[in-house]
Design a binder for this molecule. Structure first.
Ligand code: PLP
Length: 826
């Protein structure tokens, strides 16, 4: 296929962008330019840009239905944390100059319109942001792809901090409307729930099953076209919204049953009311299972319909489509596809199973037991009786294979069975995925090794060929080009702009390692970003920051395993040192941000502790000269784009063996922060890339933690008794030093560390074990910061060697090893 350069396609329509803007303002919004609000102008501009994107979609669509040699990637994910789209689209379409000129005529600047867009926060954290980066990379690289998820009415809650406590508010992200989506009601499908599985004999005398007496809901797709940089190909993010088949039942209304008259509508509306706000934690709620089935069933019907349209048969579904499961949340894709093939398309079990197991691949995102999905069998059986029956059959056939492969080994059967027996029988979704998928991947080298050696060990022995690693990545379009304009400019001036689509190009920056003027300019860029953040914090929180101080930043979901507690304990240690007259050599600002799950007691208490320490530190006239602590509320993608570029130091301090990969770590590295981190997740690969002199590694290693746990030999109480510094810090927490009004408030943190009051063991995340090593490493960082040339050199090296951590690299690996798709244009 001959290629029309993407710029040409844009150029033609660009000539009309001014007209288009006015057209949308006058006719789509019925406003005139004199009296229209800035918000209306934001919408008009977005609609004008959306028109350019719609052209790309029509082009992409024609390829989808004309090129049967291209396999389509389907990324099924409960979360897509896409953030704002206006500036992202402007950059990807390369129309920034044009848009600026257009807006100038109306006395507007792009930077005034950008913040008017609500973040689409359809995700919790890393897992959802990964899915968003993947669609960006797929479109940029020119692969055909669909992301499937739910159109949540309320995205992840908005976080307020009141009196140091997290407070949640609903995120009604569509309250002003949303310009980037296209409803496609003609492509709606029906999703079924409940009912029962009925056996019957078909016209050929075969025994068949059908799912009957179901409760049905319509699923309506809303499409967001995700642009790629300088690419004509868009990815489709398809959000499914439930709708009642009959919104109003007149018969019931006539009988005086108003509740019954609107029951269907209420049912449909509640399914996708809200995103579950847990990150890396499983909560077995009926409504959550409904959400999972709802979007998976809609997606599968969509994929099947498209494949039939392209090929006229499902025999070769796996040649035209591949389905990647982002964690086990969409695992019901397995029985749902089996059901469609068996019950609706007339396939026999063997062929149906072949199709399913050649189409579906699984990404594991965590090894922490509390995050593994295990649905209660009776719940699943009640909501999805036919799926349950299919899972039973999958399991029966699988266990026969296990018994053949490991004769007489009952333990293997117990470990690998999809069902966990017990008082209440459970369905282990990771086992279901491992049985049915042709590929099982972890998201960093360490994580994949841990999967093979512990969590999925038996599956690895059974199917070693299925296992592979795909280290996560982030898109440099959003996390450098968009979020850090002065750094992007500096880099492009130095080495050209090819890094935007080939991040390994950044290696060329090593030429400037001894160029003091370049290092100074790099320092000036960091300063600009720190000033931008300081301005934001000053405006939002009324706190003044010293931009000469070292910005030491930990932003991510608040979770015990991520150890914000270790960070704040260390801050208390510095506070004590200063009070003792041991003054630090460089002033430091410790910045925190992140949301806790609303029901996660410990995490919420840690937020309160951070804010309590912040108050004491910042209000102390002596201490606040040397250290300051800020908790920035409502961490989300837009805020990350302001915070991350301002970091001198990136805190990646999870207990070794707990963070599957991390992607925040990569964003910081790309923006020139130096990392203090454990040998966990992708930190290990960052160390490999950047070299030990350019990253600050501390703490126990994953195998050491593992061993200490296994042998039960970890004794945090001993550390408390032996280590004066630690005892002093913990006693301050226990006795209410930071919270004199309510001195008992943090006793639970103390008791959890020393006695494991709310955990399987004392200090289960080894905070005290790693404290000394962490504090010593911070001293080294402090030393280095006093030498700006050396610091900036290491900062430059971090940027120059971050090429591996582009999601473009990750996607090319998925393509080569799992998806085997081809680019539209070779
Ligand atoms: C990147 C990102 C994350 C993931 O951060 P980790 O440090 O890897 O946990 C979470 N939330 C947002 C908004 C992000 O942009």
């Amino acid at each position: 296929m001959t290629r029309v350069p993407a710029t040409k396609r844009t150029q033609k329509s660009l000539e009309n962008l001014d007209e288009s803007f006015i057209h949308h303002l006058n006719h789509t919004l019925a406003e005139d330019s004199a009296s229209a609000t800035t918000l209306a102008k934001y919408f008009a501009l977005s609609y004008a840009i959306r028109d350019l994107i719609a052209d790309r979609w029509l082009h992409t669509k024609s390829i989808i239905f004309n090129r049967r040699d291209l396999r389509i990637v389907n990324y099924l994910s409960m979360e897509f944390l896409i953030g704002r789209l206006l500036y992202n689209n402007v950059l990807n379409l390369k129309i920034e100059k044009h848009v600026e000129e257009l807006l100038e005529k109306y006395g507007l600047r792009l930077e005034d319109l950008i913040p008017l867009e609500e973040d689409a926060a359809l995700g919790n954290g890393g897992l959802g942001r990964l899915a968003a980066c993947f669609l960006d990379s797929l479109a940029t690289l020119g692969y055909l792809s669909y992301g499937y998820t739910i159109r949540y009415q309320y995205g992840l809650f908005k976080q307020l901090i009141e009196n140091g406590y997290q407070k949640e508010e609903p995120d009604d992200w569509q309250k002003n409307g949303y310009p980037w989506e296209f409803p496609k009601p003609e492509e709606a499908v029906v999703v079924k729930f409940f009912g029962r599985s009925e056996v019957y004999t078909d016209e050929n005398g075969w025994l068949k099953f059908r799912w009957v007496d179901t409760y049905n809901v319509i699923a309506v797709p809303y499409d967001i076209y995700i642009t790629g940089y300088n690419s004509e190909i868009v990815s489709v993010l398809r959000l499914w919204q439930p709708k009642a088949i009959s919104e109003f039942n007149f018969a019931e209304f006539e009988k005086g049953n108003y509740e019954k008259a609107v029951a269907e509508k209420n049912f449909a509306e509640k399914i996708c009311k809200v995103l579950y706000p847990n990150d890396a934690f499983y909560q077995g709620r009926e409504l959550r299972l409904m959400q999972e089935h709802f979007f998976v069933s809609a997606a599968l019907q969509d994929i099947v319909r498209r494949h039939k349209k392209r090929y006229g048969t499902l025999d070769n579904l796996y040649e035209g489509e591949v389905i990647q499961l982002n964690d086990t949340h969409p695992a019901l894709a397995i029985p749902e596809l089996m059901r469609i093939l068996l019950d609706e398309e007339g396939y026999g079990w063997e062929k149906a199973w072949e199709i399913v197991s050649k189409t579906i691949a699984y990404t594991n995102h965590t090894v922490m037991p509390e995050a593994l999905e295990k649905w209660e069998a009776p719940l699943l059986q009640h909501m999805l009786p036919r799926h349950y029956q299919i899972i039973e059959e999958i399991n029966a056939r699988f266990l026969k294979d296990v018994a053949e492969k490991f004769p007489g080994n009952l333990q293997k059967i117990v470990n690998m069975s999809i069902f966990e027996e017990g008082h209440i029988k459970k369905v282990r979704m990771a086992n279901l995925c491992s049985v049915a998928s042709f590929s099982i991947n972890g998201v960093s080298q360490l994580h994949t090794e841990i999967l093979k050696q512990s969590v999925l060990k038996d599956f690895y022995e059974m199917y070693p060929e299925k296992f592979n690693n795909k280290t996560n990545g982030v898109t440099q379009r959003r996390w450098l080009l968009e979020s850090n304009p002065p750094l992007a400019r500096l880099i492009t001036e130095a080495i050209g702009d090819r890094w935007i689509t080939d991040l390994y190009e950044l290696r060329k920056l090593e030429m400037f390692l001894d160029d003091t003027s370049f290092l100074e300019r790099l320092g000036a860029v960091k300063r600009w970003n720190k000033e931008r953040l300081a301005k934001y914090i000053s405006e939002k929180l009324g706190i003044t920051l010293d931009v000469d101080s070292m910005f030491d930043i930990q932003v991510k979901r608040i979770h015990e395993y991520k150890r914000q507690l270790l960070n704040i304990l260390h801050v208390i240690h510095l506070y004590n040192e200063i009070r003792d007259g041991k003054l630090p050599e460089v002033p430091r600002t410790f910045i925190f941000a992140g949301k806790s799950a609303p029901g996660y007691r410990m995490a919420k208490l840690i937020i309160k502790l951070i804010n309590s320490v912040a108050k004491v530190v910042n209000e102390d006239p002596v201490v606040s000269k040397y250290i300051r602590v800020v908790f920035v509320p409502n961490y989300n993608v837009s805020l990350a784009q302001i915070i991350i570029p301002a970091a001198n130091v990136s805190e990646q301090i999870s207990t070794a063996g707990t963070e599957a990969s991390g992607t925040g770590n990569m964003k910081f590295m790309l923006n020139g922060a130096l990392t203090i981190g454990t040998l966990d997740g992708a930190n290990i690969e960052m160390l490999e890339e950047v070299g030990a002199e350019n990253i600050f590694i501390f703490g126990l290693k994953a195998d050491e933690i593992e061993e200490a746990k296994r042998k039960g030999k970890y004794n945090p109480f001993g550390i408390y008794m032996d280590n004066v510094k630690i005892r002093r810090i913990l006693d301050m927490i226990r006795t209410g030093y930071f919270n004199p009004d309510e001195p008992e408030l943090f006793v639970d943190i103390f008791e959890n560390l020393l006695y494991g009051k709310y955990a399987p063991m004392p200090d289960q995340y080894f905070v005290l074990a790693d404290f000394e090593s962490y504090a010593e490493t911070h001293k080294k960082i402090e030393k280095l910061y006093q030498n700006p040339v050396e610091w900036n050199k290491k900062s430059l090296l971090n940027i120059a060697r971050s090429g591996k951590f582009s999601s473009d690299r990750t996607i090319e690996e998925y393509i080569a090893d799992i998806w085997k798709s081809k680019k539209v244009y070779e």
